[in-house]
Design a protein. Structure first.
Length: 292
């Protein structure tokens, strides 16, 4: 079984120090196969915030994968926002803002992650915090992920959720988000991981074969929206992806809600091809749940 810890929206400059310290200790205790941070590592993109974020990220066990969020733009530097919005982020964390990719093979499985920037330094609408996705970048990512090894867990990491969660306290409102989600579903992507809304969730993307899932992560900042600070523990095997929210109780992270997600079976390899009896059982269960 593989394991990822997803962290998002730390917002250095507005972080909860106790939660950040506890997350550091948990990561060293758990030693996941990957720590994945889905954006907003700073509050206003200030130099001091980036330095604090860089020190914390450098202190974590490797490997670490970081994507950029809308708060990682130098808020008060108009020239940087327009001409070099991600320079400070890339200098701080050493990760590219565009076309970022991570691949790994383990004893029993493999993993491929592709990062895509959905934040913008500026855009032609009043609320610049909302998301935009470039379909050329999406197509490159989808093509790379479609060629991942058979049975590999295929992940897209973004900051804004491409598919909105009903009842969320804020929206990502990603331009071209649904079209991008369709491309990822067609490419066999398993998970689209995001942050931004500060509320954890896991739900099927209602496109393609419904075996691509949108997974959102909470925050480690004071910008709470009705739920405790939290991170996601994501574990997987050939058949199931388990997402467990680890909520901060003031001293440590404890298990909270969880979801069990059925994996799309990879027909390129006999070992991960769908078993007829499993498919028949799933169809029977669906019929019982929805007799109409």
């Amino acid at each position: 079984m593989g394991r990822i810890l997803q962290i998002s929206d730390i917002h250095f400059g507005c972080e909860i120090p106790e939660a950040v310290a506890a997350a550091h200790d948990l990561l060293h205790d758990m030693r996941p196969d990957l720590t994945l941070i889905t954006g907003d590592i700073t509050q206003i993109g200030a130099r001091a915030e980036f330095l604090a974020a860089a020190r914390w990220i450098d202190s974590l066990p490797t490997p670490v994968f970081v994507t950029v969020g809308n708060h990682d733009v130098p808020y008060w530097d108009v020239m940087a926002r327009v001409f070099n919005p991600w320079g400070a982020f890339e200098d701080a964390v050493g990760h590219p803002a565009h076309d970022h990719q991570f691949s790994a093979r383990f004893a029993d499985t493999a993993l491929m992650v592709r990062g895509i920037t959905t934040a913008r330094g500026w855009q032609a609408r009043l609320n610049w915090s909302k998301g935009v996705i470039d379909l050329d970048q999406t197509a490159r990512a989808a093509d790379a992920l479609s060629r991942a090894p058979a049975g590999a867990l295929r992940i897209v990491a973004v900051h804004h959720p491409l598919i909105e969660m009903e009842g969320a306290p804020v929206t990502g409102d990603v331009k071209r988000g649904r079209r991008a989600a369709q491309l990822f579903a067609d490419a066999g992507v398993d998970l689209v991981l995001s942050g931004h809304v500060h509320v954890p969730f896991a739900l099927p993307i209602q496109l393609g074969d419904h075996r691509s899932y949108a997974v959102g992560c909470g925050t480690l900042s004071h910008r709470l929206r009705g739920v405790p600070p939290s991170i996601n523990r994501i574990e997987w095997d050939d058949e199931t992806i388990s997402v467990t929210v680890l909520a901060f109780d003031g001293q440590a992270f404890v298990e909270d809600k969880s979801w069990s997600l059925s994996r799309r079976q990879d027909t390129r390899n006999a070992e991960t091809a769908p078993r007829p009896e499993a498919v028949a059982e799933e169809m029977r269960q669906l019929a019982e749940d929805d007799p109409g």
